[in-house]
Design a protein. Structure first.
Length: 538
């Protein structure tokens, strides 16, 4: 594992291993646990890593071995119902109680010195937030990497089902803890059956052929698109305004959970909790692959500072972000930095201009057919296709409209949340609106920067206003490049198709083409920051 990456710190200790310890969960279920530890005399702090994905590759080397080599006891545990642990797995109902039960077990171990930290990515971040709902006194630091706190927001956006997320998480939760070979076979099956499962009418139940088994929580997630439904009660473990555990946060601009991480940061700052934020050029998975040297160094520095009283490796600012477009890093005092609103407006000639329109006249009309839905291309996905992509094939479709600014004569730094406000009318009264910011280079290559989706329900043919959050970014548009605003009515199978009828997406069997008319008073708002902080090395 050490040979996989360059730049990892030198090993400090040889490592011992106690596999398969049975730790009692909150109801007495045996939670199988591996203990990694430095082979040296003395006291060492403990890291708790709880995972539903098994305790083998990549978790054992990345979290067990590498952190134990640096002077930590590492307790790597399989969540209930996974990796040989007893009980039945549920997406969120048992993590807080099982985490507390594990800490109670730790207190009885002769090697536990009373200093505890937690660390881990994705759902391994969710279990950290669950423990922090009522943090034990021993918990002195957390590092949440590309982490989750709100399952609803992972699976639904503005009333639209994050269909690809549901299937990808279903695959991981069902098979990854069973080992590499079963997981690889299941991933191939999902790829083969993806189109049939995502184009089925109705969607409900069609996933079984793609996942190879019924997964009850998948049905439940699809059946509850309303965030206020009792089904979701207790699912969010967002940071409390009372939390005081120092917490490091790490994400990537193309991480499917980036918005959740930025929300976590804002909550912790409002609470006065010590925190730090690192945002790299990563997707959900590449943060733990290509980005691992930076992620590991950031994580190790935070844990040493707060568990070992060694702050020497901490960076000087609260926030560090990667600038797309020029491949530099920026140190910032906070997120988002102070910026000026930068409004760009579409014109009938397909241009994007800074000059505001004088009316709200119809601008252009395009047709979206759910039987041939606009495909998803790149962006913040959980699947391997995530990240920046050349959007020219997508923009050549008749169901995608684009508006492009003139070549820039000086750099444009867009740093912060990007939003769009659109005036639209439709013939059906029901539509999705997918809006994306792209960077067009002098050769015409159009690369996605950030995006978002909104859902519009209005009287047929009546103009209606919709605001669409498009996530956040830190991106430099270089001189000679152009700003492009891309608009369509979907991104499939990232989002389940809007049937155009108002029917629930999971149950719809009738689909109708949608004609959308965009009006001139629509606008793209890019936070323009001329003074966002100097580039830093790295």
């Amino acid at each position: 594992m050490r040979a996989t990456w360059r730049g990892l710190p030198t090993k400090r200790y040889d490592v011992g291993w106690e596999p398969g310890l049975a730790v009692p969960g909150c109801d007495g279920s045996a939670l199988l646990t591996d203990h990694y530890f430095p082979l040296a005399e003395g006291d060492f702090p403990t890291l708790l890593v709880r995972s539903p994905y098994g305790r083998g590759l990549p978790w054992s080397p990345m979290y067990g071995l590498l952190f134990a080599e640096q002077g930590f006891h590492v307790v790597l545990q399989s969540c209930r119902g996974t990796g040989g642990s007893g009980g039945a797995f549920h997406l969120w109902r048992n993590e807080a109680a099982d985490g507390r039960a594990t800490v109670a077990w730790l207190r009885e171990q002769p090697w536990f010195d009373g200093t505890l930290g937690t660390v881990g990515p994705s759902y391994l971040g969710y279990v950290q937030w669950a423990l922090a709902l009522d943090p034990p006194p021993e918990l002195k630091a957390m590092v949440v990497q590309v982490g989750l706190h709100d399952p609803y927001a992972l699976f639904h956006a503005a009333g639209a089902l994050h269909l690809e997320n549901v299937l990808t998480v279903g695959l991981g939760m069902t098979y990854q803890h069973r080992g590499i070979a079963p997981f690889a076979r299941a991933a191939l099956r999902l790829r083969r059956h993806l189109r049939a499962a995502t184009m089925a009418r109705p969607l409900r139940g069609a996933y079984v052929s793609a996942l190879g088994a019924e997964v009850p929580w998948v049905d439940e997630v699809m059946a509850h698109p309303d965030a206020e439904a009792p089904y979701w009660d207790g699912s969010s473990v967002a940071p409390s305004e009372l939390l005081r555990v120092p917490t490091g946060l790490i994400t990537g601009w193309h991480d499917a959970l980036a918005d959740q991480t930025l929300e976590q940061y804002a909550r912790l700052r409002r609470a006065g909790c010590e925190t730090a934020l690192l945002v790299g050029p990563w997707t959900h998975t590449s943060a733990l692959q290509q980005g691992w040297p930076e992620v590991f160094a950031e994580t190790l520095a935070w844990l040493r500072a707060h568990l070992c009283a060694d702050p020497t490796a901490l960076r000087p600012t609260v926030v560090r972000v990667h600038m797309g477009g020029d491949n530099t890093w920026r140190d910032l005092d906070d997120w988002p930095p102070a910026t000026d609103a930068g409004y760009w407006y579409p014109t009938g000639e397909g241009h994007l201009t800074r000059q505001a329109p004088t009316d709200s006249a119809p601008l252009t009309t395009f047709r979206h057919d759910p039987a041939d839905p606009t495909p998803a291309l790149g962006g913040p996905l959980l699947s391997p296709g995530a990240g920046p992509r050349d959007n020219r094939p997508l923009e050549a479709r008749t169901d995608v409209v684009t508006f492009t600014g003139p070549p820039l004569t000086e750099p444009l730094d867009v740093i912060g949340p990007v939003t769009a406000s659109l005036t639209l009318s439709t013939d059906t009264g029901h539509t999705d609106v997918f809006t994306r910011l792209c960077d067009v280079d002098p050769e015409g290559r159009s690369v996605n920067v950030c995006d978002g989706l909104g859902t519009l329900t209005a009287s047929p043919h009546a103009p209606a206003r919709i605001a669409v959050p498009m996530s956040a970014t830190a991106h430099r548009f270089a001189p000679g490049h152009r700003v492009r605003w891309q608009i369509s009515a979907g991104a499939h199978p990232r989002y389940a198709r809007n049937p155009g009828t108002g029917e629930p997406r999971a149950d719809a069997t009738a689909f109708h083409p949608i004609h959308l008319t965009l009006h001139t008073d629509s606008a793209l708002n890019l936070p323009d920051s001329a003074n966002s902080g100097p580039p830093v090395a790295g």
